[in-house]
Design a protein around this ligand. Structure first.
Ligand code: TTP
Ligand code: MG
Length: 449
């Protein structure tokens, strides 16, 4: 166990929306919602101005529109987010060689190689300086948490969000965690939560006080002992610098070996859902689907299939995984299942437009996901008009006009497109309307840093 507060976790605030507000001055201080992507038409994230209305990630866009009708609803611009992310991650890598990027807007730093003896006062000053540098360089605000482990640093970065810093002093770990609900621990999903609740465990403190044997009985050896340690603020996980993720995967170990095909398929579906959510978050799709399976005797196999086209659709990933599973004998019991997608490429405009097509297979499989309260159709939340010429403009998209220069699409419909002419370094700009086929308009790359 580390004794110095050397682990730092950074998470950018309302990341996609913060980039939108940076690039679109007229949206600063206003409710902004990025979403509409994926067959389900859900919110990717909302600016803090929109969150006060109750809008949040994974909510159907149709529901968000009812809660916050005056927000700007934008399609994601992954290229812009990736560029912003690279600026911030580059700065972090200048601080220490041990930087582990865990998502587009999140990273852990281990300061041990550069400040092995740092104390609370020293790390507080360092973290505040780093937050200021991130803002200076990228225009974005970051929340940070610092402590003796990844677990504590991550929990810390959530405590004073947005634009806040929390340093948890060595020795204060267990006390800080104790009043928090168990779902704040990594690896605690609804199933684990239910199992622990049944035993009267609802806070992390409750879990810490339960005997190791009881926790293992409820959750199995591996999961049970890891969670019990976390509950006491013990986490030995290393910060592992990684290259860019080349695949996205999710796996699950079962408390008892599974044999029933139906049950295995159900788990595959859930794992594919988790993979899809991460593909959506990173704005990538992939061509190769891999199934991983560990048998009752710990022998492990992987099987892959390569699709004609990259996909980020849960239904396609499930279908491929189910087909791979069909060729494996599982009658003796399966202890672990995993689903992965590799051969990743960026979402293209085609992916975004494909997301507008209602996907009947998907609707049939997961009716709950696709039907919002008012029963609107999947993907219907962000209408986009496609001109006879095949041209289309999506809200938020970067464009350039032959005479007026750079701007972005506010909306389009009835054969017209409304453009606001402004950029990161201009004042809020004027709005003009054009025919969607106006030859003076062209799609453009996002502004650069
Ligand atoms: P988060 O860091 O979870 O969220 P956030 O940065 O928007 O807000 P916070 O201030 O609470 O950190 O995720 C980073 C980005 O990932 C987010 O801006 C959009 C994307 N994302 C999705 O596309 N779908 C999701 O369900 C989530 C949670 C995030
Ligand atoms: Mg964030």
């Amino acid at each position: 166990m580390r004794t110095r507060p050397v682990i730092l976790h950074l998470d950018l605030d309302a990341f996609f929306c913060a980039v939108e507000q940076l690039h679109k001055p007229s949206l600063r201080g206003k409710p902004v919602i990025v979403g509409g992507i994926g067959r389900r038409g859900v919110v990717a994230t909302a600016s803090y101005e929109a969150r006060v209305f109750g809008v949040g990630s994974a909510m159907p866009v149709a529901q968000a529109r009812r809660l916050c009708p005056n927000a700007a609803y934008l399609w994601p611009r992954f290229a812009a987010y990736r560029a912003a992310s690279e600026v911030v991650m580059g700065l972090l890598r200048e601080q220490t060689p041990l930087v582990e990027q865990v998502s587009v807007d999140e990273a852990y730093l281990d300061l041990t190689p550069v400040h092995p003896d740092i104390d609370v006062a020293g790390v507080t000053e360092l973290a505040e300086r780093l937050r200021a540098a991130v803002h200076e360089l990228s225009g974005l605000t970051a929340s940070m948490g610092v402590g003796t482990s990844k677990l504590i640093a991550k929990i810390g970065s959530e405590l004073h969000k947005p634009d806040g810093l929390t340093v948890i002093a060595p020795g204060d770990e267990a006390n800080t965690l104790a009043p928090m609900p168990i779902r704040r621990l990594p690896g605690v999903g609804p199933a684990t939560q239910t199992r622990l609740r049944r035993r009267g465990i609802s806070t992390i403190g409750d879990l810490a006080r339960t005997s190791t044997a009881d926790v293992i009985e409820a959750l199995g050896q591996a999961h049970g002992s890891a969670l019990h340690q976390y509950a006491q603020g013990i986490d030995h996980r290393a910060v592992v610098p990684e290259r860019d993720a080349k695949s996205v995967s999710a796996e699950e170990t079962f408390p008892t070996d599974l044999t029933a095909r139906r049950e295995l398929t159900e788990h595959l579906r859930r794992l594919a859902g988790r993979v899809t959510a991460r593909l959506d978050k990173e704005g990538v799709s992939g061509r190769t689907v891999t199934l991983k399976l560990r048998r009752y005797d710990f022998s492990t196999l992987t099987r892959s299939t390569t699709l004609d086209q990259p996909t980020a659709a849960a239904s396609t990933i499930v279908a491929a995984a189910v087909q791979l599973l069909a060729a494996i004998d599982t009658s003796d019991g399966v202890r672990l299942l995993g689903v992965g997608v590799s051969g990743l490429t960026d979402y293209t405009q085609q992916d975004l437009l494909a997301a507008l097509e209602p996907d009947p297979a998907q609707a049939e499989e997961t009716p709950d996901d696709d039907t919002s309260d008012d029963g609107s159709a999947p993907g219907a939340a962000t209408p986009v008009e496609v001109a006879a010429s095949g041209r289309s403009w999506v809200p938020g998209q970067d464009i350039t006009h032959a005479e007026r220069g750079p701007g972005w699409v506010q909306g389009s419909g009835l054969g017209r497109v409304t453009v606001r002419f402004e950029g990161p370094h201009t004042a809020p700009g004027p709005i003009r309307t054009f025919s969607i086929d106006d030859p003076a308009l062209a799609p453009a790359a996002p502004p650069t840093w």
